[in-house]
Write a protein that binds this ligand. Sequence first.
Ligand SMILES: [Zn+2]
Length: 413
Amino acid sequence: MTEPLSPPKRKNPLARTRRTLLPPSARSRTAHGLTLAAAEGRFALQRCGECGKFTYPPRDACPECLSSQLVFVEAPVGGVLVTSTTIHVTGDSYFREHMPWRQGIVVADCGPRIIAHLHADCTDGERVNLSLRLDKAGQPVAFAAPSQRASNMQDDPALREMTADPRYRRVLITNGRHPATEALVRSFKDAGATSVFVGVAEAWKPLAGEDRLGAIDGVQLLPLDLTDQRSVFNLAADIAGKVDILVNTADHVRPVHLFEPAGTRKLMEAVNATVAGTMNLAQAFGPAMAGRGADGVNSAAAWVNLLSAYALANAPEFGAVSVSHAACLSLSHWLRAELRKGGVRLLNAFAGPLDDEWYQSVPAPRVSAGQLADGIIDGLRRGLEEIYVGDVARDIRARLAANPKALEREIGR
Ligand SMILES: [Zn+2]
């Protein structure tokens, strides 16, 4: 059974922060089919369109019939661990820091033999569940865990390298006025986060739920105005070195019509609140987080961006939200490339219209704050890069993959 994680000791301020080393990251273009599945938490393997056999690792021709019709499809996760080995010595600098490390061969129920990283609880000859994970370098790897769930499974050191579980980590939620703030704070505390910092702009304005937030142990409200570069850098000077998970809740939802006289000004307000806010955060907190990706149990682990699903396709009713969040999405890819060098992952949480005052005109189903918070905690625990919360977001994702033109026409009706 996995030893439960112990609370990290106070760091010696004189000790040098361990440099982040990354596992080998070369992958073929075909293998990025696994990256897509791993980023969204799906287990997908190539299956041959001619003979129907599953194959692994990814390749360009079927090893059974030489057909080139290999398509990534969802595969059954079950399998049997036939043999395993514990590696004690390696020439690879990343794995040398993490010895001993277990690997094994799993015969998947759907056919292929898969070399997988192993959860410490796996036993030879027993059934396991396979999954695709993003490793510290952001590249997909196969991982096997016992099919029977046991306590503290999340605390397995190998698994923790491939996830961003909030347990014993310190969290910053950047915009305390976002409607999901209270639900997020409670979910992070329930998930074992040591402390949650909540940024609040314009402190003189009353903050909904301030008393309730202040009453939760380990929660600190701090001044943070995302649109003010100095405010962001001031807070970063105080806490950037102890933020392990940053949840960027920059948002600005206002109805704007494309042809209204104030349209440009309103669009720029939305862009300033979201894009400039995210850029300020990236500059102030990005370097510190990227430098702490290997800082022990409570290393910097993840950056979360809350994005509207309309970032993926412009919904004219919320055109300015779509534009500003589409720009944030592009910025998130830029930031992800930088954070990845430090072993820190970036999770984009796409949500449909929230159940708040600004989306009152939108018919159900809308996303509740609790649903959004649960989705983010689950995404961090599984180490994902993309999650879609609520029916609207999932529907947009599916339609975008099937036919982007149909989505554009239908959403713009
Ligand atoms: Zn075939």
